[in-house]
Design a protein around this ligand. Structure first.
Ligand SMILES: [Cu+2]
Length: 484
């Protein structure tokens, strides 16, 4: 069991103290777990229209840029579904380029494999001018998102991202809620998109943006009720940026990671790579005062947002974060689990990259999804390069319902947020001073770090497993896991 004292030590280590160390292991005992139960059985209909929509976002300094978005009038649509509700989605591909096909991946949702939205692997992609559809009942509460899964550096770079929130995890509703989507944009000084990916970036930490933003603003300002408990759903939806976010001089707690509720963590900050999310409960400032939300990972801390308190105080009690309800996840049987190593490496430092058996899976992938070059590999396999027309064998084969421990080893000097489709990882231990056990669909592997992550084989099918720094994903650090 993680005690309060251990958490505080962890917080010190997490803040960069070299002297403190924080070893953890075993299962977290959550004595106060309340299981979330379905609250609706209706069907919700969603229409998405992928198209170019020029916009002058506040962060663009007056310039209008040709964004690609999912809906007219919203930079990032926020889709809300109640636990137990079916979501029926129709989407139209109106992207302005011949051959720019699309499919929608629902990041973090443990839905059937044929709804996972990976072109050629789980579905045929949708050509411009055509429509596609999805229908599923999201099984878990929390903060998730959706995006396309091909030519992703450009699609992310132009803004083709939406949030999907599955409601039903709150025991005590907060006084207000805010969704913060952090993304950088690669824009030249004269207001044009720069190339979304570069070889130099792809071979190192990823191609960085030139303008920071939250919800399209350089510094988002939220007017919030005073002395209130508000929920902040923070998303790192950048293609490249690692961040470490927290509130300056405020009482707050981390209540969910990648949508998964947990015993509230009183850490001063949380580190997120691309595609990772964290939910905070924040006690806002007294009337007229402001709390700053800061990225501490930059050389100089950067203020991402401000929460300005207005109106009479809502609460006078001491700040205590009530845990969210949790989902009844299958528990990893650590004693019986089979260990599977995954070594994340640069291709230049590894042995020769394994040649794919070009007919191994019979899956033909489109040229849009093929890497132009490979700098990265998982277990010495790089996602097929330009000359590979067919997908190779899976990185691992899991049996549905069986327990596994992924031994994730980063042998590179770069961080990699590793994402698995259709599953939730149980982070058990790390070789580095780190964070408490938690569940996540995307886990940040720091340079030379080794993490043990438990997983129970989920729904049958082929599930992508890749780095979510989009340049790394598209330059080899991607593969798939087959569940049978
Ligand atoms: Cu990576």
């Amino acid at each position: 069991m993680v005690t309060r004292r251990e958490l505080l030590v962890g917080a010190a280590a997490f803040s960069g103290s070299a002297a403190a160390s924080f070893a953890f292991g075993g299962q977290k005992v959550a004595a106060r777990e309340i299981i979330a139960t379905p609250i609706a059985h209706d069907t919700k209909n969603l229409f998405l229209d992928l198209a170019e929509r020029p916009a002058a976002l506040p962060c663009f300094n007056g310039h209008t840029l040709p964004l690609w978005t999912f809906q007219e009038g919203s930079l990032y649509p926020i889709v809300r579904v109640k636990l137990g509700e079916r979501l029926d989605t129709v989407f139209k591909n109106d992207l302005p380029r011949a051959g720019e096909y699309a499919s929608i991946h629902w990041h973090g949702l443990r839905i059937p494999n044929d709804q996972d939205g990976v072109p050629f692997m789980t579905q045929q992609p949708v050509e411009p001018g055509s429509q596609g559809s999805y229908s599923f009942v999201p099984p878990d509460t929390g903060s998730f998102f959706f995006h396309t899964h091909c030519n992703t550096s450009e699609h992310f770079g132009r803004g083709l991202i939406g949030a999907i929130i599955i409601e039903g995890d709150e025991v005590e509703p907060p006084d207000a809620e805010y969704v913060l989507m952090m993304k950088d944009w690669r824009v030249s000084p004269d207001g044009k998109f720069l190339p979304f990916t570069t070889d130099e970036g792809a071979a190192k930490a990823g191609t960085p943006g030139t303008i920071r933003s939250v919800n399209g603003e350089s510094k988002a300002v939220f007017k919030v009720p005073s002395s209130a408990n508000v929920r902040i759903r923070f998303y790192n939806v950048d293609a490249t940026r690692i961040s470490e976010v927290g509130f300056e001089d405020a009482e707050s707690a981390i209540i969910a990671i990648d949508g998964n509720g947990l015993e509230p963590l009183l850490l001063p900050s949380w580190r997120l790579g691309p595609a990772m999310r964290v939910d905070f409960l924040l006690r806002t400032a007294p009337p007229g005062k402001t709390i700053r939300f800061v990225d501490y990972f930059a050389k100089e801390p950067v203020v991402l947002a401000e929460f300005v308190s207005e109106g009479p105080p809502k609460r006078t009690d001491a700040f205590v974060a009530t845990p969210l309800k949790v989902m009844p996840f299958p528990k990893v049987d650590v004693a019986k689990a089979q260990h599977i190593p995954f070594i994340f490496s640069a291709t230049a430092t590894g042995a020769a990259i394994a040649e794919f058996d070009k007919n191994a899976s019979g899956i033909h992938i489109g040229s849009l999804c093929l890497a132009k070059r490979t700098f990265w590999a998982i277990n010495k396999q790089a996602w097929p390069g330009m000359t590979h027309k067919d997908l190779g064998p899976p990185l691992a084969v899991l049996k549905s319902g069986r327990s596994y421990i992924f031994d994730l080893q980063n042998t590179t000097p770069n961080s990699h947020p590793i994402h698995i489709h259709g599953h939730t990882l149980e982070i058990l231990s790390s070789s580095m001073p780190h964070v408490p056990p938690h569940r996540a669909d995307t886990v940040l592997l720091r340079p030379n770090e080794r993490i043990q992550a438990g997983v129970v084989g989920g729904a049958p099918g082929k599930w992508m497993f890749h780095c979510h720094i989009i340049d790394h994903q598209e330059a080899g650090m991607m593969g798939y896991i087959e569940v049978v």
